[in-house]
Ligand binder design. Structure first.
Ligand SMILES: Nc1ncnc2c1ncn2[C@@H]1O[C@H](COP(=O)(O)OP(=O)(O)OP(=O)(O)O)[C@@H](O)[C@H]1O
Ligand SMILES: [Mg+2]
Length: 395
């Protein structure tokens, strides 16, 4: 059975060959930004890349920076992850250079138990960087550049860390990071996260601070991959599989076929089988979708989308966005002209460019799909179904 929420690794990780090879080919020249909504499988892809690169003998460090809220903590995490990487010692002379250049390894802390050692080391690095992160990190990266080996940094939840920094720190850090990528030929960064980086940098530093990244958009699974995955799990669980069952599951989830929701559906089926036994049929699948996915399990997931409008949008935009989405969820497509009427009504602003900015944000944050032919629709069927139940309503 697939994990429901944790990254899919090892045998659970399926497909994504195209995305992986695209990312690897970009990495020859550029750093890479992964763009995808929540739960589409970014971390799983990042973990897979970490494995592929490490298997090739590359130095590759993975860090999750969700709890980082300042440049000095960010850099401490990078340095710490690097020092902990086994290949660093085998392939480079960086550790002796760090020992020589900095006071981090003082007090014979190597001799103490390994976890105490790590905690002390991390503490020493943080203290050092806190006093003057820009100068010290320059010294650090001057040393790293001497490594004569490529180093790959995979950084998950990057936009959240930037969002948590105060405005000044965030700007300084993004400019510094941009410059680092420019001058360091042996470093590559693969950066991703579950909130829109474009929106975050628009407030802090502007698009120029990330315009060098090659962008890779991660979509849902194709229909074929999704069906194969469902069949694979049915086989593993020893459940009888027929194509109409796979079709039914996908009919409920709808496009985009989001890996996480396939996993939730399958695990809910498993729970049903354990608790009540019996045969899996279309009716059971439909009930699971309506009462679990759109009920309890989905609530926690989708509330985030609703709440985020208050947190991340100006209040006049939040008001307009909610009024527009309330209409869009009720129909197949909603006309942009009607949406503009709502915008004007709600905000008392008659400015088409500002209205288009709001639509662009809603599209970047994966509420609506990239609109064409003047028609609006939700990005995913599930979010649309959920919105209709909890926030819809035709007046
Ligand atoms: N390649 C894959 N193969 C199989 N299942 C997958 C794959 N990618 C994602 N999943 C499913 O989706 C779930 C979420 O995956 P993952 O944590 O990688 O997504 P994410 O985009 O990083 O999520 P978040 O936005 O919350 O950080 C996994 O628990 C798994 O059920
Ligand atoms: Mg993730």
């Amino acid at each position: 059975m697939l994990p429901v929420g944790n990254p899919a690794i090892g045998n659970d990780f399926i497909n994504r060959e195209k995305e992986i090879s695209l990312i690897l080919s970009f990495l020859e020249k550029d750093s890479v930004l992964l763009i995808a909504p929540r739960r589409f499988g970014k971390t799983s892809i990042m973990r897979k890349l970490e494995k592929e690169l490490s298997d090739r003998g590359e130095i590759c460090v993975f860090l999750e920076v969700e709890n980082v809220n300042s440049p000095h903590l960010f850099l401490s995490e990078i340095i710490m992850a690097l020092i902990e990487n086994e290949k660093l010692e085998q392939k480079t002379k960086l550790i002796p250079a760090f020992k020589k250049g900095f006071n981090w390894f003082k007090e014979n802390i190597e001799e103490i138990g390994i976890s105490v050692f790590k905690a002390k080391l991390r503490g020493n690095i943080q203290k050092d960087l806190e006093s003057n992160w820009m100068d010290i990190s320059k010294q650090v990266f001057d040393i790293i550049e001497e490594a004569e080996s490529s180093i790959y940094f995979i950084i998950d939840e990057f936009p959240i860390a930037i969002e948590k920094m105060n405005q000044k720190d965030g700007e300084e850090f993004l400019h510094w990071f941009r410059k680092l990528r420019q001058i360091s030929v042996n470093l590559r960064f693969i950066v991703g996260g579950s909130v829109s980086i474009d929106r975050v940098v628009r407030e802090v530093g502007g698009m120029a601070v990330i315009n060098d990244f090659a962008r890779v958009r991660i979509g849902g699974f194709t229909r074929k991959i999704a069906l194969d995955l469902i069949e694979k799990v049915f086989e593993e669980e020893d459940w009888e599989y027929e194509t109409p069952l796979g079709d039914k599951i996908l009919e409920c989830i709808g496009e985009n076929y989001i890996p996480y929701f396939i996993a939730i559906m399958l695990s809910a089926i498993k729970e049903e089988k354990i608790l009540r036994g019996g045969k899996i049929n279309a009716e059971l699948i439909e009930n699971i979708y309506n009462f679990r996915i759109l009920g309890n399990e989905g609530k926690h997931y989708f509330e985030h989308y609703y709440r985020r409008l208050r947190i991340n949008y100006e209040s006049f935009e939040e008001k307009a966005a909610k009024a527009i989405l309330k209409k869009v969820c009720e129909v197949d497509y909603y006309s942009i002209d009607l949406a503009y009427d709502i915008y004007k009504q709600q905000t008392a602003i008659d400015n088409y460019e500002q209205f288009k900015d709001l639509l662009a944000n809603l599209s970047n944050d994966f509420y609506i799909e990239d609109y064409h032919e003047n028609k609006l629709n939700f990005h995913s069927k599930i979010l649309k179904d959920w919105w209709r139940i909890y926030h819809g309503g035709v007046e």
